[in-house]
Write a protein that binds this ligand. Structure first.
Ligand code: NAD
Length: 312
């Protein structure tokens, strides 16, 4: 049976890939977005599809639509964007969650929350399992995002306990791929754009801090598996790629794959920037039979091709 599925933040990087796959799987999709960081370019190829609808709407205001499932993805995700209007960022996470949970409660439907590895803050445990409670500075410049997402998780679990709502919470780790915003300051898009333009590649800190990068197609597969998992499995569940690279290694790989003449320059580390981040995905492997398959080289090569097209 064709389901009607609401994707908030559907015109963003991850949301647009999710809309595409849900449509391909035979569903109807309603994409809701206020276009703060999303773009029509990300979904323009879907606009002719009669099973795709686009609504311009800010989820900090209530929304009344009739759907069978909700994926709540609306929220700026990169520090540059979420720190631009931090109050609106917290509102989007918290009031957006309340509005979407209210809708799910009224319709008695399942709702999935795109949470983040940022709920672990600057982690003292490595890699991070889901039961780790995190090390977040509640008053720092990243708090509007980290604490907003933590509060959204709280709301999801309270709706689950109090109203028996069917919830799913995923904690997404660094994901990259085509349709990332070229100017959002995220490390993969930053390095690729700088390399393609022949500009200096800026590394914050000594470059020995590590990150793990998941290719978008792998992530979307895990997200849909989580939504379709048994109702008693709420998560939170980590979704990401545990292969770890230093930022310096990433910069060197991108320079070599783009054949760029860019040089690497080092700048001071921003406040509260986590030094290490790597998901423990044992739970996803056991419960969803999911793990990422795309190698960093394959994923980077598809992403580099995308940026070559849009930079032109
Ligand atoms: N990309 C990652 O690596 C990553 C990692 C962890 C978590 N996440 C989460 O996944 C979700 C999507 O991230 P993304 O990387 O695609 O970011 P993105 O900025 O590309 O997408 C977010 C989308 O939400 C929209 N939006 C923002 N505020 C809104 C509001 N108030 N009402 C309606 N729409 C609004 C934006 O316009 C954009 O289209 C976010 O919730 C983010 O926190 C992403």
């Amino acid at each position: 049976m064709r389901k009607r599925i609401l994707v908030t933040g559907g015109a963003g990087f991850l949301g647009s890939h999710l809309c595409e796959i849900l449509l391909r799987n035979g569903n109807e999709v309603i994409c809701v977005d206020n276009f703060f960081t999303g773009s029509k370019d990300n979904i323009v190829h879907l606009l002719d599809n009669p099973y795709f609808e686009l609504i311009r709407h800010d989820i900090t205001f209530p929304l009344y639509v009739e759907v069978d499932e909700i994926y709540n993805f609306a929220c700026p995700a990169s520090p540059i964007h979420y720190q631009f209007d931090p109050v609106q960022t917290t509102k989007t996470s918290v009031m957006g969650a309340i509005n979407m949970l209210g809708l799910a409660k009224r319709l008695k439907i399942k709702i999935l929350q795109a949470s983040t590895s940022e709920v672990y803050g600057d982690p003292k445990i490595h890699p991070q399992p889901e039961h780790y409670r995190g090390n977040v500075n509640p008053i720092g410049p990243r708090a509007c995002y980290d604490e907003g997402k933590r509060c959204a998780e709280t709301l999801f679990f309270d709706y689950h306990r109090q109203h028996k709502l069917k919830i799913k919470v995923i904690r997404i780790f660094n994901t990259y791929g085509p349709r990332m915003h070229p100017n959002d300051g995220r490390v993969v898009s930053n390095f690729i754009v700088q390399a393609l333009r022949g500009e200096d590649i800026t590394i914050y800190g000594d470059g020995l801090q590590t990150r793990s990068f998941c290719y978008v197609d792998d992530l979307i597969e895990g997200i849909i598996k989580m939504m379709n998992s048994p109702d008693d499995f709420t998560g939170p569940i980590n979704l990401g790629n545990p292969s770890e690279f230093t930022i310096l290694e990433l910069a060197e790989k991108i320079i070599s794959m783009t054949g760029s003449n860019s040089k690497i320059v080092f700048k001071p580390l921003p406040e509260d920037d986590p030094l290490q981040r790597k998901p423990d995905i044992t739970l996803a492997k056991n419960r969803l039979k999911w793990e990422p398959k795309t190698t960093l080289e394959d994923g980077l090569s598809k992403t580099i091709n995308y940026f070559k097209r849009i930079i032109k």
